[in-house]
Every structure is written in structure tokens, then in C-alpha cells.
Design a protein around this ligand. Structure first.
Ligand code: FES
Length: 143
């Protein structure tokens, strides 16, 4: 391969990578965050929502080995979050998150981003947790 052709090919590949990165980031799968237990809170940094391009994700899934089910944490603004336990209220299956919806793979129940039932067979809303922000930390109260 000629030097000029090689440089041109490498340049095109780099440009493609630079353009695809942000596009793929936008449709990337759910971000899993390991939270830290501090007293009765599950704690994570506010930066957990930041993408590499500096934008905020709409939600992250927070887990800890002491929790049987993860918590889906939605971010609506700097000080407005919603934390919902990803355990279906029908028969206890672990939910899957798809944007602003949580769906149950067992029998199809659906919940919104505040844990409210939208589609049965579940009839009860999801367990939710109070969320506070302090010193760039998100505290999910597990009490
Ligand atoms: S366990 Fe979720 S709908 Fe049945």
C-alpha cells in the first residue's frame, strides 16, 4: 500500500470512529453502577449519570451485593430523582428497564419511571425510596 493511501485510509477510519462514538453512546445499553452502603443509605456520585460527552443519562441501575434486587434511579433534574426497586409486585421477578418503562419478563407487567403500574397483571406499584443530594452524592434511603 502506498504511503498516501495508507494515511488516507487511517484518517477515514479515525473519522468514522470519532463520529460513531457519540452515536453509539446515545443508544448504549443500561449503565450499571455499584452503589456503596453507608448506614441505611445506598450512595453513588452524581457523576454516575454523566456520559463521556458530558450529557446526563436519564437513568442508571444501581446494585450492591447486599441488595437482592437492583434499584433503577431516574434523573429528572439536578435535584429531582426517582428510585424504584426492580422487583415486580406480581410474583417477584426482576424487572428490565427500557427508557422510562420497567417491564417484567415473567408475565408482562409494566411500570413507569415512578414505579406506578401501567399494565398488569401486577396491581401494586413498585417500592420506591427517598432520594437526597448532598456534596455531589446521591443518597438513596433504604429504610
Ligand atoms: S412476576 Fe411480574 S408480571 Fe408476574
Amino acid at each position: 500500500m502506498e504511503r498516501k493511501t495508507f494515511i488516507k485510509t487511517c484518517g477515514m477510519a479515525c473519522m468514522g470512529g470519532m463520529l460513531l462514538g457519540p452515536l453509539l453512546e446515545g443508544c448504549s445499553s443500561t449503565k450499571m453502577i455499584p452503589g456503596t452502603i453507608a448506614g441505611s443509605d445506598l450512595v453513588l456520585p452524581t457523576t454516575a449519570f454523566l456520559t463521556r460527552s458530558g450529557k446526563y443519562r436519564a437513568y442508571v441501575v444501581v446494585g450492591n451485593e447486599q441488595l437482592r434486587f437492583p434499584i433503577c434511579l431516574y434523573r429528572f433534574s439536578d435535584d429531582n430523582y426517582s428510585a424504584v426497586l426492580m422487583r415486580c409486585t406480581h410474583q417477584g421477578a426482576e424487572l428490565q428497564v427500557f427508557g422510562d418503562r420497567l417491564q417484567c419478563p415473567a408475565h408482562g407487567s409494566e411500570f413507569d419511571d415512578h414505579g406506578v403500574v401501567k399494565t398488569g397483571p401486577a396491581i401494586s406499584n413498585l417500592r420506591t425510596f427517598p432520594v437526597t443530594i448532598q456534596n455531589n452524592q446521591i443518597n438513596i434511603s433504604l429504610k
